[in-house]
Design a protein around this ligand. Sequence first.
Ligand code: A3P
Length: 302
Amino acid sequence: PMEKLPEGIDLYFYEGHWYPSMFIHCIIPFQQQFKAQDTDLILVSFPKSGTTWLKALAFAIANLNNYPLNESPLLATNPHVLVPFLSDAFYGKNPFLKLEDFPSPRILATHVPHSALPTSIKDSDCRVVYLCRNPLDQFISFSHFACKLSNRPFDPSFIEESFDMFCRGVSAYGPFWDHVLEYWKASRERPGKVLFLKYEDMKEDPISHLKVLAKFMGLPFSVEEESQGVIEEVLKLCSFDNLKDLEVNKNEKNRMGHPYSVFFRKGEVGDWANYLTPSMVERMNKLMEEKFAGSGLDFKFS
Ligand code: A3P
């Protein structure tokens, strides 16, 4: 089946999840052809949950010994170029990304749900970092993003229609709750291999979460690095305010002609309160209570 989001994005339902039309063709080749390496780090997120931030942080940690932070490639290159989406390698006959040319240890990204990951990822020793965000902020962030890309006004009628679809599970890579719960379960079953992160927690306590991420990557900060303030410097380099104002992220476009600035909007928790009606919030709260009941998982909304 197919559904059309109000901003014109076609979504196709395949094995329990909704995929945007431009990526549906990548799924099967990705599942069948991707060969994970034990040293791979795969960053997975539900779209608009802070993928860009996570990519920047993981890249900075992995390259601490390769470049001084004030000469980091992050200063001149968008994080999505440094840490590409795996779909780029399975996009038609002449993909943008040639995985064989990509140096190991590789950091790659995807939005694909856990149940749809290639068995090669699940069977290998590679590590997966998962990032999600409270559904109200995710919904608002995605809606802004999609409207900007399709030049559609972000108005109440649009919000109403797409919110209803979101609550019915129809959103890019949705249903939201299935995506989150699958990775939550995987992180509990294989804690050394799947790290589960939430945007709100990272915003609240970035230092602790950066340490957790570095340790999970097998690259913990040394006592010396900690005392020299390296953690704070990495966080500053990758901060919303710093990245958004860099020339590359402010004025350049990706190969599809989309400005990198669309990845940097507000970068806050709780912006949903500026757009959603009390009845929408109530509907979402009820839905989340029902879907996440007994899972031990909850979200912060402010
Ligand atoms: P908002 O639209 O709420 O501002 P993704 O990277 O998964 O596409 O998610 C985009 C969201 O993350 C946007 O949220 C964006 O502003 C925010 N974001 C981008 N870079 C960030 C950073 N360095 N720190 C915190 N949030 C960031």
